[in-house]
Ligand binder design. Sequence first.
Ligand SMILES: Cc1cc2nc3c(=O)[nH]c(=O)nc-3n(C[C@H](O)[C@H](O)[C@H](O)COP(=O)(O)OP(=O)(O)OC[C@H]3O[C@@H](n4cnc5c(N)ncnc54)[C@H](O)[C@@H]3O)c2cc1C
Length: 472
Amino acid sequence: MNPNLIAEFEAILNGKYILTDEEAKAPYLTDWRKRYTGKALAVLLPANTSEVAAIVKVCAASNIAIIPQGGHTGFCGGATPDSSGKQIIINLKRMNQVRELDVANQTISLEAGCILQSIQEKAAEQGFLFPLSLGAEGSCMIGGNLATNAGGTNVLRYGNTRDLCLGLELVTAQGEIWNGMKGLRKDNTGYDLRDLFIGSEGTLGIITAAVMKLYPLPISQWTTLVATQDIGSTISLLNLFQKRATSLLTGFEMMTKESLALNQKHFPHMANPLKGNPPYTILIELSDHESEAHVKLLLETILEEAFDARLISDAVIASNLSQANSFWHMREHITLAQAEEGANLKHDITIPLSALDSFITETDRLIQTQYPGARIINFGHLGDGNLHYNIAPPPGIDFKAFNLVNEKPIHELVYKEVERCKGSISAEHGVGQLKLEGLRAHKGEVAHDLMKAIKKALDPQNILNPHKVISI
Ligand SMILES: Cc1cc2nc3c(=O)[nH]c(=O)nc-3n(C[C@H](O)[C@H](O)[C@H](O)COP(=O)(O)OP(=O)(O)OC[C@H]3O[C@@H](n4cnc5c(N)ncnc54)[C@H](O)[C@@H]3O)c2cc1C
């Protein structure tokens, strides 16, 4: 290894912002789920794109692997180094400046280390909505959101991170800077490089800045919780809302009885306001630029129709913003309740809406038959067909012992059902190191080989996040 490596990094970072002692590095080495812990030669904290480029050039010359890192909230171990101690982490948190908020173009240009929540706040100050929203928004960063093509709760109306991005700036594996910071809604000039890098999880380039779309801030928002008895009527309810509310429908989230029971156990103040613990609790949100009264009337009319058609058995409309927020907190706390409970076997999957009933009915049946007593914690962004279909051991059984024996066969069982229903094994969390192995079978030979060819062409030395997403 180059004996001057650390000195070269220090020179780029003015002697500061390079962490080499074990205690300082520790917070950057374990993923949010505490599933992966690695080692790193150093953690580097650059302040601008030129510093990132200079670091990558040094790494390319010395063949040092780089792990790009944002808020380190990813669920697939993508931002965690391996155990060799030879890789470096580039964490982008110091690159947190908003470069421009263009009111006329309705765009915001920002650096990769901006925290998602701070972007939402900055946009709101100017009367805009930045619609990307997810449970980790207080700590995840826009670079990480782009690198994972994050989804979240507003995909139904505004799309995922890819749909919100108009331009990128990034550093290539050779340390070159590509400036694609154009806020254009149309640009058909050959291959779409921006789309290639979005969702590439740090394996093709390091995102240093982006131009993101803004929307007018809605002035009226109504949130309701409704009870449904089965998944078939839940899909019919979704279709009813899609038909009647069209683009006003901004949220359709599903929580099963079991997932809310977990919430109740770990966060007892979060009681479900619906009577009698229904099998499915659905959070629905409508928002618009019309008057409050208009949206409320529309919501009440659709709910009445749903009651008449026996699609729902109970409903509570939030009477104010604080109650609406408490509904959303209920939904968002399921992930946290699971983390408190123990390491669930997680499946972040998408299924076409038309096959959801078949998927849930059959997969639930198979799990219950083959793993009696196992708890199915199923919740998710149902409007997008996205389920977080997670399995916990029967009450009283140790998580580690259960997972050790059952992890592989349970993943196989669930993913086999996903394939049967023509779904995806990763809806919004990405591949990272967690799903690396299953990717070839899922994507098919041709798609997998094309991905390999792209990786080889852009990063022939394999120094950008090696053995994540794809191995070459
Ligand atoms: C409580 C909770 C709720 C969540 N809810 C959702 C949800 O609803 N929807 C959803 O999609 N995800 C969700 N997530 C997962 C996670 O928050 C997202 O994947 C998020 O986009 C990751 O951002 P990050 O900044 O933390 O990235 P990291 O975890 O730091 O990195 C993720 C990946 O991106 C790469 N990367 C990071 N920054 C860059 C960069 N600048 N350039 C190139 N590559 C980079 C890393 O190498 C890694 O492969 C949730 C996580 C938690 C903890």
